[in-house]
Each structure stands twice: as structure tokens, then as C-alpha cells.
Ligand binder design. Sequence first.
Ligand code: BES
Ligand code: MN
Ligand code: ZN
Length: 511
Amino acid sequence: MIDIDFSKPVMPRSGALALLIPEGGVLSGLAAELDRALGKSLTRALEVSSFKGEHCQTVVIPGPSNGLSRIVVVGLGSLKEINAHRVEEAGAAAAAALSSDPHAYLAADGLGAVLLAHAGMGAQLRSYRFDRYRTRERETKKPKLQRVTILTEDYARARAVWMPLAALAAGVERTRDLVSEPANVLTPAEFAARAATLTELGVKVEIFDQRDLQKLGFGALLGVAQGSANPPKMVIMHWLGASRSGRVGKSGKKAVKAKAHEPIVFIGKGVTFDTGGISIKPATGMEEMKWDMAGAGAVTGLMATLAGRQARVDAIGLIGLVENMPSGTAQRPGDVVTSYSGQTIEVLNTDAEGRLVLADMLSYAQKRFGPRLIVDLATLTGAIVIALGHENAGLFCNDEKLSAQIVAAGLTTGETVWPMPLGRAYDKLLDSDIGDVKNISGGRGAGAVTAAQFLQRFVDTKKTHLPWAHLDIAGVAWSTKDDGVTPKGATGFGVRLLDRLVAEHYEQNSP
Ligand code: BES
Ligand code: MN
Ligand code: ZN
């Protein structure tokens, strides 16, 4: 992670300088001062580069005559359209152009503290790199950016705005690290061990091993895990930020509840590697299935974020960690398993395993926590990639209000989602000839919908209406190219989206 700090706008004499300039390309503030000091050569450089201040348009001026290593000018686009996410993208573009300087300054005349902090967020998110396994990289090839100092008169307020964003950036980084790890390193046990480090942030972490899951009757999850030499785990992370929100009880002490009250529950699919099992996948591209735990990665990063910024919410994160392997002990197509809910499932395709893992956690979470809502995240289907590509996650939701809240959070954070249907006609396709439900429809149509529909069979809304949303993140969990605030690789999708959902709608107001 790079350091982001804030200080008074004084013209830097060394390092690099990034200037964010709105559409029109007019220089003001520090940019105008610099242009004067350089005898208008900044203006000339922008002219010959046809710089118009379009969003993320970037001009690099190396070796100016005033001691700076380079000047990077990035367009902010129209001020009418400006928002936190667009400024993050501009900050990201600046960071990408600054990667050969250890220390950079950033100025954006006219932007307030909030937007400037988001410029820092963009720089932070874009500077992410997973380089644990590069041992021979030449020094000259390594990115050098270590620190970005944001120059503003309002530096004290910008610093305060940055604090929770720093926790969010750390949460996204945690998710990206988890998702990037290869499956020989990140086994269910190793993932659980890393999730356990959230205790350092004040999260209570429970780890269930195979025996615990057998006792509970997690037949669906265990069926997926039974072909692997790496036994499954379930991890439950508790963040009780509302219960310890500093409300003072009669005794004069802070009221601290031991148990979450109607918490928000997040559930993540954590298939540490998905070979398909006996219904084995083709060899080409199978290595991508190390990312099949991105839902669990997002839930872990989200819980770290909520704790890191002391969010005033009671939130529970459940992740189901299994490896889907073919072997002599593996589950066969046609097997019937009994889920935690009691429903029997005919497993017609062992590659439709994510829904089996989620099913048990969905029922368990409802029974144990009585949640006010549940959101699950899963790299669940290839079909959602066919439907939406890499631009939106699929959103399946049984509640109009929750659906609208998630769509809106997507637009503010840039982690966009697109609503997809649920319905009785799709549900019928899952009736089994031998048990209660089968894990595939058998047809070729609407694969992402029938997967969501399968999950809904484990969301019990008979007694009370439980708002539930399922995010199919198969198309957005990783990126094959550098794009905005996400460098190529694991995106950390879901952390910023759901952090915003919580902050916007489910957090108690400050006392
Ligand atoms: N993990 C995959 C889904 C996936 C595919 C994620 C491609 C990312 C990229 C999931 O477990 C799976 O294999 N789904 C099957 C379901 C099918 C057997 C009904 C699929 O989408 O092909
Ligand atoms: Mn699969
Ligand atoms: Zn899978």
C-alpha cells in the first residue's frame, strides 16, 4: 500500500506533481502558479497535446526546469458530472502515470476535501500490486510510487474524510490478496487462518471444521468437499459495531451486547479451486477457477472494512470454504444429499457446486441470526458472463427496496450491478424426480437465473419476509486489463459496493 497524506498547498521543489484539471483545461491555483514559474511552458505542453480536460485524459511532462521529476496533468471531465467515483478514476489515472516516482504531490484547485480524499482513494486502489511470487524482477521495472501528498488548504478535513476510506482501501486490498493467491497456497484451512487475523480489528471469528459441519448437518456443502484432500471450513465473522456504538447505559458504562441484534448477514462462496469435480471442466482456462472464492474474499474484505472504520452496524459474514475435486471419494452425478434445511438435493452436475455450498449457509444464517437482510456474493455461473459481460454483476433480489439500494450503491462506487429476474416459472425447472430439488435445470437457458432460483429455495420467507439479494460476480471478480481504479487481476468487487450500502442505509447515526 502507498501512503496517502494531506498538507498545505506549497509548491513542491522535488518529486512528481499531478494536477487534476476540469474540462476546458484552464489552469488555476497551484497549476497557474507553476505555469508562471515555468514561463508558460505548461500551457504550451497542454496545447500541443490537445489537452481539453476530458475525464482521465493524461499528459506527462518529464523533467520540467523547476526541480520536479515530472508533471502529470489529468482531466477531471465536466464539473457538472463530477462525483466521488469519477475523481477516483482521475486519481487512478494519475497514479498509473506516476508509477516511476517514489513521492508525488497531487493538487486539484477547486475540489473540496471529500473529492480530494477520493482522488487519494483512486491512487491507492490503482497502485495495488500482487508481487509475492516475483523474485527476479529487475529494480528498473518495479513501480516506485510509495507516497502521494495531496495539497489543499482544507487538509485537516480531507485527512478526516480519508480515515474511513483508508480502511476501505485496506479491505479491498485484503480481498484482492486473497483472490490472487493460487489454490495450492490458499486452501480452505489457509483461507480460514487468514480470516482469523480479523480478530486484530475487533472482529470475533468462529471457525467450523469438517466435524463441526457434519454435526450441524451441512450435507450439501460437505458433498462438494468430499473429493478433496483439503478438508472444508466455514468461517463466521462477527462485527458488532451497533451494539458497541458508545450508547451509555443506566450504569454509566457503555452498553455492550454480546450478541448481534437483527444483523445484516453477508455470505460468500469460497470454492478455493473448482475443477468441476467428476463433471470435470475442460483444461483450457481451468486455472481461472482459483478465483472461485472471490465471494468469500469480498465478504472477508468487507468485514475488515466495517471493523477498520468502526462502522455502527451489526454485521455477520459467513464464508464456506471448499475445494471441488474429482477423486475416488468425490461426489457423483446423481447423488442425493440432505441439506441443513432438511431438503434433499439431487446433484446432477458436480460443477454446479457453488449453490450447494451457499444453500447450507443461507439456511443456517437465517436460523441462527434472524437477520434483517442477507446479501450473498458468488462467482456462481458462466451464464452471467454471457448475459452481462464484465461490466455489471448480476443482481437477483426478492425485495424492491433492497434492490434499488444496491443498484444505487453500484452507481456511486462504480461497482455496478444489473437487476435480473426471479420467478415461479424458473423455479419449477428445478423440481427433482427423486428428491426435493435438483442442482441444475437440465436446459441450456437462463443459467444464471436458475442458479439464483436454486438459492431462493433456501431462503425461507414463509413466516416473515426476509430481504435477500444474490450477486453473481463471475464476470467482475477479476479483470484481464488495467481499468480505472483496478489494475489487471483481482478487482475486489463487492467490498466498496456493500460498504456503501451499509454506510448509506444500515448504519446508526453518530451519537
Ligand atoms: N465457478 C463456476 C462459475 C464460473 C464460470 C465462474 C466461469 C467464473 C467463470 C461454477 O461453479 C460453475 O461451474 N457453474 C456452471 C454451472 C453449470 C454446471 C450449471 C457453469 O456456469 O457452467
Ligand atoms: Mn463449478
Ligand atoms: Zn464454482
